[in-house]
Write a protein that binds this ligand. Structure first.
Ligand SMILES: Cc1cc2nc3c(=O)[nH]c(=O)nc-3n(C[C@H](O)[C@H](O)[C@H](O)COP(=O)(O)OP(=O)(O)OC[C@H]3O[C@@H](n4cnc5c(N)ncnc54)[C@H](O)[C@@H]3O)c2cc1C
Length: 605
């Protein structure tokens, strides 16, 4: 927060709206677009020069069970299945009945609303499995959606200019690649002529776009989601102001102390924004706030032992604003952050990138070990579990780190950290960026990395013996649909998740504790109203969505897409609440449904 004097005499301008939204990620834009669709006058204040926040960096997948795309594909699951699964993962202590019921009720309508009434159309995640496939109610696809890819020219140039570009660390030469078929073509480009033609066409279009438009125009993943949400908002007159940061809330001077606006800093000076119906905090949580990390993250004694993938603007501005209104940050629950294993990439220009190990861990021929050379986790489970494994097993006092080890075949066939597969030369990563270590033999590799060679050799021998039989007695890798889908079924081994580590050279990449964002967040009720710390209910006129609000799943990670699914859903709900809407837009049914009212009542009793 900057040192500014906040008063009507120091403002350069005054703006008026019904709703002021702070932040242009999934949560903020969903709230803005929905409220504007229903006729409200909305301003989105975005602190960065471009919109999108962590959402634009993301894969863009949203976990939205019971969504209408699944139903259109003939998959109509009972809401009880979703509850059973969530209860099994989360456990009673962290299970927030009211907020989870609100999510399960509204997520399908949110998808229906955007898909049918706005430019944001979705692609179904037909094959995305829930992580813990052995638990009751676990899904095997159709519970996720992502924004359908589109070409940037579909956006107004002025709007496109405000949209974040593809995140460098997950891009290929600045180009986004979507999980699923798109990625499959790139990985098989040297093996299948049709995949080669597909990838070559994508790259050629990208080269043209860079030359002519100076940016990635084939919009996929989180960038596509943000772009479409911006269009949805813009179509209904939302004013999107970049380089505009919410700095201080304004309260009514009666006893209610209702939030009636905020001061924002802009390139043209301080502006007072009067918001008749309320303010929505959607500033992306606090993963970049070192002090709050120190206070709430496990094994981060100074707060700097942690590497977040979120942008630097996600420094807890929303939390500070909520606290100024009597709200508070609730850090109860399993984990304060959405863990992701990361590695660091030092570029020649002196910048440092943080790479998320999302897919490589699960590939056959790759294992994760600690300094003692021993495996410690089922590498093919979720990213959250990999980090939890590190946090729980690295001895106290040691840096929480591990190594991913791969054989030559695996490293050249799949992505390995920041290193891209064939035909991209591996020497770029081993010699120049030095983000991957290479050695001819495993003991040489161990020596280079400071891993116990005896431990590593015996781990690989044991893993290899079992992998050839398709089993992993130590950690059960390959036993769930989630594990197997992350593997490679084209190999001649009985389990797609498991392959013996074959011939060298061998490679290693050092993995550290990182996060996609925070799970701890502003305490809210099922309507996303900021709750007062003194127990006196909600702060009138103040809402928190996206990562600004405490994770609806109590700091657990039941499925991929559990950040963006709730961000979109609770944003949508807030937009509707502010507009006072009584029916669902997608099917005209009464809101909330009788089933939802019943379930909330049951939960309360
Ligand atoms: C590489 C990567 C992959 C991911 N993949 C997925 C995925 O596939 N599925 C999933 O569910 N999650 C995923 N995540 C996590 C997910 O992207 C985020 O949790 C989610 O998008 C956060 O949305 P948000 O709206 O809360 O915040 P953000 O998208 O971060 O938006 C917050 C915005 O607020 C702005 N802001 C900050 N302070 C202020 C202020 N004072 N005034 C005005 N504006 C302000 C920021 O600049 C930012 O633009 C991924 C994250 C990363 C980094």
């Amino acid at each position: 927060m900057s040192e500014v004097s906040f008063s009507d005499t120091t403002v350069a301008d005054q703006w008026h709206c019904d709703v002021l939204v702070a932040g242009s990620g999934a949560g903020g834009l969903a709230a803005a677009a929905t409220a504007a669709f229903h006729g409200l006058n909305v301003i989105v204040a975005e602190r960065a020069a471009r919109c999108g926040g962590a959402t634009a960096r993301s894969g863009g997948w949203a976990w939205v069970p019971g969504n209408p795309l699944a139903k259109a594909d003939g998959v109509d699951e009972a809401r009880d299945d979703f509850r059973s699964y969530l209860k099994a993962v989360i456990g009673e202590a962290d299970y927030d009945h009211e907020r989870i019921e609100a999510f399960l009720e509204n997520a399908p309508h949110m998808v229906g609303f955007f898909h049918h009434k706005t430019p944001l159309t979705f692609a179904p995640g037909k094959k995305i499995n829930d992580i813990y496939g052995k638990l009751p109610g676990a899904g095997t696809g159709h519970r996720s959606v992502a924004a359908a890819p589109f070409y940037g020219k579909e956006m107004k140039p002025a709007l496109l200019a405000k949209l974040a570009d593809q995140y460098k660390m997950t891009a290929f030469w600045g180009m986004g690649i979507m999980a699923g078929e798109d990625l499959g073509h790139f990985l098989h480009a040297t093996k299948r002529p049709n995949s080669f033609a597909y990838a070559a066409r994508r790259v050629a279009i990208h080269a043209w776009d860079k030359l002519v438009h100076r940016r990635n125009m084939q919009l996929v993943n989180g960038v596509a989601l943000v772009g479409r949400l911006m269009q949805a908002a813009d179509n209904h007159g939302v004013r999107i102001e970049v380089e505009t940061a919410l700095e201080r809330l304004i309260f009514s001077d009666d006893n209610e102390r209702r939030v009636i606006g905020a001061y924002v800093t802009t390139p043209h000076g301080l502006v007072k924004v009067n918001a008749a119906r309320g303010v929505v905090l959607a500033t992306g949580g606090f993963p970049a706030d070192v002090e709050r990390r120190r206070q709430t993250f496990a094994r981060t004694p100074t707060g700097t032992e942690h590497w977040t993938l979120a942008p630097p603007e996600a420094d807890g501005a929303g939390a500070v604003l909520a606290e100024s209104a009597g709200g508070f940050v609730d850090a109860a629950g399993r984990a304060a952050a959405a863990w992701c294993p990361v590695s660091l990439v030092d570029f020649k220009d002196g910048s440092r990138g943080v790479f998320p190990h999302i897919a490589d861990r699960a590939k056959p021929g790759i294992i994760g070990v600690l300094k003692n050379g021993r495996r410690f986790v089922n590498e093919a489970n979720g990213y959250y579990d990999y980090v939890t494994g590190m946090l729980n097993t690295v001895p106290a006092g040691e840096p929480v780190e591990s190594w991913l080890i791969g054989d030559h075949r695996a490293v050249r066939a799949y992505m390995f950290g920041f290193a891209k597969p064939r035909p991209v030369p591996l020497a770029w990563y081993t010699r120049y960026l030095k983000c991957v270590e290479e050695a001819d033999t495993l003991d040489q590799l161990a020596e280079k990395c400071g891993i116990d060679p005896v431990g590593l050799m015996s781990t690989v021998a044991e893993f290899t013996r079992h992998a050839a039989q398709g089993i992993d007695p130590a950690f059960g890798r390959g036993e769930t649909p989630f594990n197997r889908a992350g593997g490679d079924a084209s190999l001649p081994y009985p389990n797609p998740s498991l392959a013996p580590l074959g011939k060298g050279p061998y490679y290693a990449v050092k993995v550290r504790v990182g996060s996609f964002g925070t799970f701890a967040g502003i305490a809210v009720d099922a309507r996303s109203r900021v709750q007062r710390q003194d127990g006196q209910g909600a702060v009138a006129g103040l809402y928190a969505v996206g990562l600004d609000q405490k994770s609806v799943f109590g700091g657990h990670y039941p499925c991929d897409g559990i950040n963006i699914g709730p961000a979109l859903t609770f944003g949508y709900m807030v937009g509707r609440e502010l507009a006072g809407v009584q029916v669902y837009e997608d099917d005209g049914s009464a809101a909330p449904s009788a089933a939802y009212r019943g379930s909330v009542l049951n939960a309360a009793l």
